[in-house]
Design a protein around this ligand. Structure first.
Ligand code: GDG
Length: 455
């Protein structure tokens, strides 16, 4: 069996503290088989310098990008065109031809490097919307290896995908992969509909799509998960950490509602603050009895929409605190800082309610981490958006439409008043899912399917 070659926009380098589940899952897979992780170095330089570092049997190979590449590929087409499109936000799409050209140029640059590094038995696993055409570009370079692609975002229906100029050039390229993985059955159906209606493909048994030229590829559902055992362990140990002791002390027996999200317009943060405002407005008995801690580390600050959402949230949080705060009580603690993963698991464990209300989300790992971090004898309640992929599995959460502030406020009130027995039953059911299906199961399912003989 050959090596595993992982390709993603950014690479989790061994000398960086990178604690995400995806990074550790890839790390484990690369260790098992030996392999190579390829991506952008995160550096901007004029000459596409390539860096190579080998540690514990894994090769980390990264390239620098020129400033215009970064602006057109990353800040432009990936994050101002594809991200809003894939999250059903057609009104936010900013399409510029030079951004698409830059996106294709960087994908071609990646393809040339990878084609050079590949050996005949290697299996290639490409990640996410930054790299949709990479497989097709590898095929153009006569790469015959097994190549899989996993999309971490949702996939909207064909009626939305066709809003993108030159959409066929981009999405039809997915057919050059042997296997395309998505988080949910809804995403898989969207992919199938697009290929049937826009490309003229035919669906065959086993998730196979056959194109008019006879080419076949598989599309499958692989819901990503977390390192459940590790999150359970970290949350248990976190009780001792200073940050957790201080948080408990500051709460002074008030119930904590927690939200943890990258600062992103897809996460529904404004609507979440408004729902919490509605809760305080309609239930005065909860005043001084509850606090919302929203952790929202800034992301993609080079993109104007992200600077705008930040301003908007500061205004909304300030407004709510101005309306309701008392000398000894702040209703919203809004923190634009990131924390080590171990500390986050401790915050989750302290919180009586996990509030996860994205407008759209491929999966949402925070929802899963919140559940796995709970104290089995006194678990909290998850309030979860129906539009997160996680809602397909965590059906014992209180499921809400994030746009309906009254519905979210009702769910919060219900969660805050829920009996220990009901909390335990709901938590156990969700924990069963996470114990059966962790990040290792996800990775093995995808790679197992990719190793099957081509359709
Ligand atoms: C994309 C898709 C899909 C957050 N704050 C801190 C921190 N985090 C960690 C969380 C969690 C991860 O970041 C966020 O993952 P999500 O899944 O919630 O969201 P995206 O970043 O949008 O991820 C999403 C995912 O890819 C995987 O396929 O589920 O739908 O959008 O693990 O804990 N980590 C640390 N400090 C923080 O302050 N260390």
């Amino acid at each position: 069996m050959g090596r595993l070659i992982v390709v993603s926009n950014r690479v989790a380098m061994p000398d960086q503290t990178f604690t995400g589940g995806l990074a550790s899952a890839m790390d484990a897979a690369l260790h098992e088989r030996g392999g190579l992780w390829f991506g952008w170095s995160g550096k901007i330089s004029g000459h596409h310098a390539r860096h190579r570092q080998r540690q514990d049997g894994i090769d980390y190979v990264t390239v620098d990008l020129a400033r215009t590449d970064y602006e057109n590929y990353y800040a432009g087409f990936a994050n101002r065109t594809l991200w809003p499109l894939l999250h059903f936000r057609l009104g936010l799409i900013d399409y510029q031809r030079e951004h698409l050209d830059g996106y294709l140029r960087v994908n071609a640059l990646f393809a040339s490097h990878i084609a050079e590094l590949l050996e005949p038995d290697d299996t290639v696993w490409v990640h996410d919307y930054h790299l949709i055409p990479l497989g097709a570009m590898l095929r153009e370079r006569r790469v015959g290896n097994r190549i899989g692609f996993f999309l971490h975002t949702p996939l909207p229906p064909a009626a939305a995908l066709i809003a993108l100029p030159r959409h066929r050039e981009l999405f039809e390229a997915l057919a050059q992969y042997d296997l395309v993985g998505v988080h949910t059955e809804r995403d898989r159906r969207a992919l199938e509909d697009y290929f049937i209606n826009e490309v003229g493909a035919v669906a065959e048994p086993g998730g196979v799509l056959r194109l008019p030229d006879g080419r076949r590829f598989r599309a499958g559902v692989f819901p990503i998960s977390i390192d459940t055992a590790e999150v359970v362990r970290a949350a248990r140990c976190a009780e001792q950490l200073d940050e957790i002791v201080q948080l408990r002390h500051s709460l002074d027996h008030r119930a904590l509602i927690i939200g943890v999200d990258r600062l992103d317009y897809s996460k529904g943060l404004r609507q979440r603050f408004e729902a919490y405002g509605h809760l305080l407005d309609t239930r005065p008995a909860l005043h001084r009895k509850v606090s919302l801690l929203q952790i929202a580390p800034p992301s993609r600050s080079a993109v104007p929409e992200y600077r705008q959402i930040r301003r908007e949230l500061e205004r909304t949080a300030g407004h709510l605190n101005g309306l309701y705060a008392a000398p000894d009580w702040v209703p919203i603690r809004y923190v634009n800082q990131s924390y080590p993963h171990a500390v986050l698991t401790g915050f989750y464990r302290v919180a009586r309610v996990g509030l996860v209300t994205p407008l759209r989300d491929g999966m949402n790992l925070v929802a899963k981490e919140y559940v796995a971090s709970q104290d089995p004898d006194d678990p909290g309640v998850l309030v979860l958006s129906r539009f997160a992929g996680a809602a397909q599995e965590l059906t014992e959460a209180l499921l809400v439409n994030p746009a309906d502030t009254a519905e979210v406020a009702d769910a919060l009130a219900r969660a805050l008043g829920m009996s220990l027995r009901e909390r335990c039953e709901r938590w156990r059911a969700m924990m069963d899912v996470l114990e059966r299906h962790d990040i290792t199961a996800w990775r093995n399912a995808f790679l197992g399917e990719l190793r099957q003989p081509p359709p």
